[in-house]
Design a protein around this ligand. Structure first.
Ligand code: 6R9
Length: 571
């Protein structure tokens, strides 16, 4: 087989020809699929859940199929409507107002989703936090967002510095048997009493819906602010790219603490009214294959890191499962290796569709879809209504096959509206009317985009974005560490791993115990995925004369590459 091109899949798809759809495309047409288009009443929670619950043909369909080692549960659209009405009533009772930030710090569970939609139903802004975050990561996000309410579990509460967060007025504890009257709200008790009827707070399409914190190369994580209008693109890309049909059983493996877990783990499937599998518990190739098999999953959205683990788990393992219900697999978050696409075709007889987008873009922008030829190694082509280009540093478009900044013409529906409390940062993404992604890429003559790398120091480890600054800041809090420089080091399975270079304070000597202690310190302070897998002790860390750590130089040394221009290096 010619692996440079994988032909379009035959059969009937929601988009039969991307070019035809693109011609004369207008987002206005997509808006007609929403009830607010007629009623003028906007709320994404209504469109995703209540609208289906009000449809006699849909209300008893399973919306959420929860599958965890210790719990299996099906929740219909009608049940999810009622449960989220209850949570909305709880939030209202405790004074949550439109525009308030309500954060969620809890594992994926049916309660998570009931709370999530309850937050939207009162017009508040949801802030989902990844459950593996440790204290510093939680603190940074709650502080910056000035969240007034946090929904968490008794186990995770230990990592919330409650006394240091003056804006945080209320904490809802989910799964507590017995919450004494010490200021916490007992979720289970409140749910028993709450009414399952609720008058939704109607909002404007431009009102806040979601804040996702993500990392850049400098500074603390930044709050990417999304509004209800994003639903237009969540819906449309669900239709076009995921190719949702009414009877699909869809599984997105991402945690809602990351943008994929909300845009495509919540909005796209439910706006399209399909059954959404939510899996709790840890990853293993066996248990994930089992989930696909047991629930007859038809479309699966995951990440290259997971797919690479399936490839290394071997072909014998796959044969033990029946994956015949799958139509296609989709991938996001990091470069999708051509070998993985070949493996999908050979071993599973399935196409793997790469998609490219970012926390900031809110939804897919560059994609592969069933009726499109795949060019392994390429991220695909832009969706209708989106202009992508490769631009130079002044924002001028470059011709095909020339490498440059991957940029998108401002103004797609799901674009972030600002960086929370940091409008200057938001503005800095745009040059000459283009949103500049920070990724380098080129476009071929046929309009396919090919990812080349990050232009900044952001690390992508197992598909998760980690800011070197955050890790460096944590490292130097350790009593033995004087200075730290952190880079992403290429790794065949994880894409990149985090490598830290440190200098030690006087009185400390290198030892394996010390290095392990430093690693654990970062892990306990931030999260497991932010802890450096490799730590190397140096006599000094290269810095510019203005004191900036020269991560590029560290990386060149690490990879044995030419060091380039070092004229700004401090003596
Ligand atoms: C949705 C999400 C965004 C960064 C992005 C890029 C990398 C995402 C990719 C990809 C190669 C793809 N990335 N998709 N790289 N091929 N298909 O992942 O958001 O966590 O903000 O990461 O991830 O570098 O700039 P986020």
């Amino acid at each position: 087989m010619d692996m440079t091109k994988v032909p379009a899949r035959s059969g009937s798809h929601n988009v039969e020809d991307l070019d035809t759809l693109r011609k004369g495309f207008d987002w206005e047409e997509i808006k007609k699929n929403f009830s607010w288009y007629k009623t003028g009443k906007v709320n994404a929670a209504y469109e995703a859940i209540d609208r289906h619950a009000e449809d006699p043909a849909k209300k008893d369909q399973v919306a959420l199929l929860y599958s965890a080692p210790d719990r299996e549960e099906s929740v219909t659209f009608e049940q999810l409507r009622k449960q989220s009405n209850k949570t909305a009533n709880i939030f209202k009772k405790y004074g949550v107002q439109k525009g308030d930030r309500v954060f969620l710090f809890m594992p994926r569970s049916p309660e998570f989703y009931a709370n999530f939609f309850g937050i939207l139903k009162v017009g508040a802004i949801a802030g989902p936090l990844f459950e593996a975050f440790m204290e510093q990561a939680v603190r940074d996000r709650l502080e910056d967002s000035e969240a007034t309410m946090l929904i968490t579990t008794p186990e995770l509460l230990e990592r919330v510095p409650v006394d240091d967060l003056p804006n945080l007025k209320q904490i809802v504890l989910v799964g507590a048997d017995d919450v004494k009257d010490d200021g916490y709200i007992n979720f289970n008790q409140e749910m028993e009493q709450a009414s399952d009827q609720f008058e939704i707070e109607w909002v404007d399409l431009e009102d806040g819906m979601l804040i996702h914190y993500t990392s850049g190369s400098t500074g603390k994580p930044k709050g990417v602010y999304h509004v209800h209008n994003a639903m237009i693109q969540h819906y449309a890309t669900g239709k076009w790219v995921i190719d949702f049909k009414d009877d699909d059983v869809y599984w997105c493996t991402a945690d809602p603490g990351w943008v994929t877990g909300t845009s495509y783990g919540i909005f796209a499937p439910w706006l399209n009214g399909v059954t959404n599998v939510i899996r709790g518990g840890r990853f293993s190739p066996e248990s994930w294959y089992e989930t696909l098999d047991k629930h007859n999953v038809t479309i699966w959205y995951t990440a290259p890191t997971a797919l690479r683990k399936f490839v290394s788990a071997g072909e014998e393992l796959v044969k033990q499962y029946d994956l015949s219900s799958l139509r296609h697999i989709m991938s996001v978050g990091e470069p999708l290796n051509p070998e993985v696409i070949t493996w999908g075709l050979r071993v599973l007889d399935l196409r793997i569709h790469d998609t490219w987008w970012m926390t900031e873009t809110g939804a897919m922008l560059i994609v592969n879809l069933p009726s499109m030829e795949i060019r392994p190694g390429s991220m695909g082509r832009p969706i209708p209504g989106v202009d992508a280009a490769i631009v130079d540093n002044e924002g001028n478009e470059l011709p095909p096959n020339q490498m440059g900044n991957l940029a998108i013409k401002k103004g797609w529906p799901s674009m972030m509206r600002t960086i929370w409390k940091n409008p200057g940062k938001f503005e800095s993404y745009f040059i000459n009317g283009w949103y500049v992604s920070g990724d380098s890429a080129y476009m071929d003559e046929d309009g396919y985009f090919w990812f080349q790398g990050r232009l900044d120091d952001v690390i992508n480890t197992s598909g998760e974005r980690v800011g070197p600054f955050e890790v460096e800041s944590k490292l130097i809090e350790h009593k033995a560490v004087a200075e730290a420089g952190v880079i992403g080091k290429p790794d065949p399975e994880r894409g990149e791993i985090i490598k830290a270079f440190i200098t030690l304070n006087p009185d400390y000597e290198t030892s394996d115990e010390l290095l392990e202690d430093i690693r654990q310190f970062v892990k306990k302070g931030l999260s497991a995925h932010a802890a450096p897998r490799e730590i190397e002790i140096k006599d000094s860390i290269p810095k510019t004369r203005s004191g900036k750590i020269m991560r590029r130089l560290l990386k060149s040394w690490e990879l044995g590459l030419p060091t380039g221009d070092t004229s700004t290096l401090e003596e």
